[in-house]
Design a protein. Structure first.
Length: 461
């Protein structure tokens, strides 16, 4: 009996030694992706900030071009027609992320940002030659929108890869760049239009963007190792930022599918897409029409021009501050606050009757809507289980919001031109933001129930 027991103990010791000598299993993808507080991470934040300033920040200033085109170049076109230019830009900025996100997952950020650095200045040079609506629509609307599709979400995704715990801080710093751009660009554009004219205004914008996007090319990196079956020299050219595996004889990371269809079976993911669709349909009313709305309340032409900068200045603080509590209280909880606050402010604007009221309403709306915009990427990351496929996940969400972002401003313009006027457009905007808030509440309830399931199972065990 003793010999049998000793034999079993010996066998168990052998099994234990064999198990201990075996290599440990690789960590799950979501945990292995990313580092914390590295120089490469902060440089990525810097480059992404510059890209957001030059890209989405520039689009935030479209209200200035809307007013300028109505008075000069496209005076024969209706406000809703001119709004199609800016809404197509915004639509493609998000919608084309289904492509840029896939390219990011496969090749990394370098090739994307090089393309942005070439295409956006080209579109600026071509816009300087435009004088008809269809020309502005093709060049400023479509070409610029496609060019900028790689300038916002892909750099943010790279920053998320670098940070495990402080994603909120990184996202807040990056997205605040778009608000700062929304403050600076209108002032720069106004001064350039007055001093050098329309053509050279666009050319100078192109030269500035080369510098800003060039910083992004040099600094934005991703720690994710990619294998797409191409020869190693080609991969090092397309994705020089991805480090080589330390054990080159070990197994290569699995090649992920192009699309992340598994998430389309997740109710929380689908509700998030629905929430963001309604959010982007109602979000841009004041960004596009604040100067025109102010004009109906007796606002001076100079103050109309600067009203967009005031809105974006307030949006800067919203985009910077809202993601920070998200680390503790949850990104979706902060999104709920931002959406309902924005809806209340837009609906309160129906009762505004003075230029001062328009400015105050625009400032408060800039703060709360800026928070919603900055939490967009953080919420998308929060419901993505495999961080290596974050580009595909955010790309699918961006595709869902592309059509609402496209249709929202022109529909607002059509309502403004009709009997409903600004009050009806404000009602539509506020109603859409309310629906987005309710959808986000449902997402948070689903996520809360999922978080309680492991705890319940542990206590019963």
């Amino acid at each position: 009996m003793t010999s049998v027991c000793s034999t079993k103990e010996h066998d168990s010791d052998l099994d234990h030694n064999t198990q201990s000598s075996a290599p440990p299993p690789p960590p799950p993808p979501s945990a292995s992706a990313g580092t914390q507080l590295t120089t490469a991470g902060w440089l990525t934040v810097l480059g992404a900030f510059c890209c957001a300033f030059a890209g989405f920040g520039f689009l935030n200033a479209f209200g200035v071009f809307q007013e300028y085109y109505q008075q000069t170049k496209l005076s024969s076109s209706s406000p809703s027609s001119i709004a199609w230019i800016g809404s197509v830009q915004t639509c493609l900025l998000f919608g084309a992320n289904i492509i840029s996100g896939l390219l990011l997952d496969r090749f990394g950020p370098k090739s994307l940002l090089v393309g942005v650095t070439f295409l956006f200045p080209l579109s600026c040079m071509l816009t300087s030659l435009c004088d008809k609506f269809w020309q502005f629509f093709l060049v400023q609307g479509i070409l610029q929108g496609l060019a900028l599709s790689g300038s916002l979400t892909p750099p943010i995704a790279c920053a998320i890869h670098h940070f495990r715990e402080k994603k909120g801080i990184a996202i807040a710093l990056i997205v605040s760049g778009s608000s700062l751009g929304g403050v600076v660009w209108p002032i720069v554009v106004k001064q350039l239009l007055a001093s050098v004219g329309f053509g050279w205004t666009w050319r100078i914008i192109g030269f500035i963007s080369v510098v800003l996007f060039g910083i992004g090319v040099l600094t934005v990196t991703s720690p994710i190792i990619r294998d797409v079956g191409l020869p190693r020299p080609v991969m090092r050219l397309l994705s020089p930022d991805a480090d080589e595996p330390s054990d080159k004889t070990g197994p290569k990371p699995p090649r992920a599918p192009l699309f992340y269809f598994e998430l389309l079976k997740d109710p929380a993911y689908l509700l998030t897409m629905l929430s963001f669709a309604f959010m982007f349909f109602g979000l841009f009313f004041e960004f596009f029409y604040l100067p025109s709305w102010g004009a109906t309340k007796g606002m001076s032409a100079s103050l109309q021009f600067y009203s967009v900068s005031i809105l974006n200045a307030a949006s800067f603080f919203g985009r910077l501050l809202f993601p920070l509590p998200g680390q503790r209280f949850g990104n979706f909880n902060m999104m709920i606050i931002a959406l309902f606050s924005s809806a209340i402010i837009v609906l309160a604007g129906i009762g505004v009757s003075s230029p001062t009221g328009v400015i105050v309403n625009g400032a408060f709306y800039g703060f709360t809507s800026g928070g919603a915009i900055s939490l967009y990427s953080a919420c998308a990351a929060a419901i993505t289980p495999d961080m290596r496929r974050l580009g595909a996940s955010t790309g699918q969400i961006a595709l869902a919001v592309a059509a609402p972002a496209l249709l929202g401003p022109p529909v607002d313009g059509w309502i403004i031109d009709s009997k409903g006027g600004f009050k009806a457009a404000q009602g539509l905007s506020g109603g859409c933001l309310c629906v987005a808030g309710v959808s986000t509440v449902l997402v948070q309830l689903i996520l809360s129930r999922r978080a309680k399931r492991p705890a319940a199972g542990t206590s019963s065990a």
